[in-house]
Design a protein around this ligand. Structure first.
Ligand code: GN1
Ligand code: MG
Length: 367
């Protein structure tokens, strides 16, 4: 950290106070700190990982646009969501750039806690669906072309697969030998998951302003288990609602942690799927097209695959992207996604029936 917490008010437009920084462990990319004043969190300070996000200005422009829109949306009483707001520096910048230590941003703190997947229940899964559904509808008034492609092709299956193939071919970290089973699984599933990417490519699935990192830990809950905030807007971009739906299910409907070494604990939770779908469709069903809703359950498999593929690629590349805590952390993460995908694939008809049943209860657009 290049500056002491007490100096924060010299940099950002916040009151003078004795601030203390409290590191947050969540997140594989940026470094995040709660900023405490008199023992209470009041802001969030983040050092942005510029290796991953080279266009910090583009990212912050997206952040400002989408957070402004969502926080000013006329949500009905006791509904809707809030997202953190950017606090500018004294000279009006969205970022404080330190010549050696990189880019820092300060955002408002939203009261609430994050939940691990083993702590969630049908109620919180429904709330998570509502929150990401509100995010989609709240941001739907923004033309997607106005957003910078912060991470181009972020959820592009074939491009991710090519990166995996390149890591496999070069075997820079000499790890190919220890993950033969995972490599085989990744090769086997790819051809089974091409339908959604093809429909996105051909323009049949519409481009929307989406969150692109809809994991459960990006939702804040109040004491009553109601979702009050959506956080982590770094990846907000033009993309597909199917990516958001699928990414949420792969994290929420997994009974284990994302890095659970005991694979017997990795179980797909059908009630979480049903409850999330109910919330998502209640909040966003009216703007989704029939094509989108018909692909929702499949999107969970696609995103589980893509995230597993990315973990495996990073393991093969010698852990250059995700922060790790031990040497085969990325392999453990990849195994969890692969196990989850196997379960989903074996039960895909059941998943489809659950989502289909939900869709029948909501008005789905004909477009
Ligand atoms: C990364 O840093 P975090 O946890 O917000 C990643 C997501 C993955 C997620 C897996 C920019 O998000 O795509 O789904 O890890 N974000 C980026 O936990 O690559
Ligand atoms: Mg993220």
């Amino acid at each position: 950290m290049p500056f002491t917490a007490e100096r924060l008010s010299e940099i950002f437009r916040i009151p003078d106070s004795e601030y203390i920084l409290d590191p947050v462990k969540h997140g594989h990319i940026n470094q995040t700190y709660k900023v405490l004043s008199s023992g209470k969190p009041v802001y969030i300070l983040q050092k942005i990982n510029e290796q991953v996000f080279p266009d910090v200005d583009g990212l912050m422009a997206n952040y400002l646009l989408v957070s402004g829109r969502l926080n000013n949306h006329p949500w009905p009483e006791n509904q809707g969501i809030r997202v953190p707001e950017v606090i500018r520096t004294h000279d009006g910048a969205l970022i404080f750039r330190h010549p050696e230590h990189g880019s820092f941003r300060l955002i408002t703190y939203i009261e609430g806690v994050t939940l691990s997947s083993h702590e969630q229940n049908a109620g919180t899964a429904y709330e998570t669906g509502l929150a990401f559904g509100h995010f989609l509808t709240g941001a739907s008034g923004i033309n997607p072309v106005l957003l910078f492609p912060v991470l181009p092709d972020f959820h592009h299956l074939n491009k991710r697969y090519n990166q995996f193939q390149a890591a496999l071919d070069s075997d820079l970290a000499s790890r190919v030998g220890v993950c033969q089973h995972e490599i085989e699984q990744v090769k086997k599933f790819r051809p089974l998951l091409l339908k959604i990417p093809e429909l996105i490519e051909s323009g049949i699935v519409p481009v929307r302003v989406v969150h692109s990192d809809t994991k459960l830990t990006n939702i804040l809950f109040n004491r009553q288990g109601k979702a009050t905030g959506v956080i982590d807007l770094d990846t907000v971009m033009a993309g597909s609602a199917l990516h958001d739906f699928g990414d949420a299910i792969r994290s929420l409907a997994n009974t284990s942690e994302e890095d659970e070494p005991d694979l017997s604990k990795v179980q797909f939770d059908y009630l979480a799927l049903e409850s999330f779908a109910r919330g998502y469709l209640e909040a966003a069903g009216a703007i989704l097209t029939k094509t989108e809703t018909s692909l929702l359950s499949e999107s969970a498999m696609l995103m589980t695959y893509i995230i597993g593929l990315r973990f495996l690629t990073d393991f093969l590349s010698g852990d250059t992207y995700y922060r790790i805590s031990y040497p085969d952390h990325n392999l453990v993460r990849a195994r969890v996604q692969i196990r989850l995908l196997q379960q989903m694939y074996a039960n895909r008809e059941r998943m489809k029936a659950i989502v289909f049943q939900m869709c029948k209860s909501y008005s789905i657009s004909d477009i």
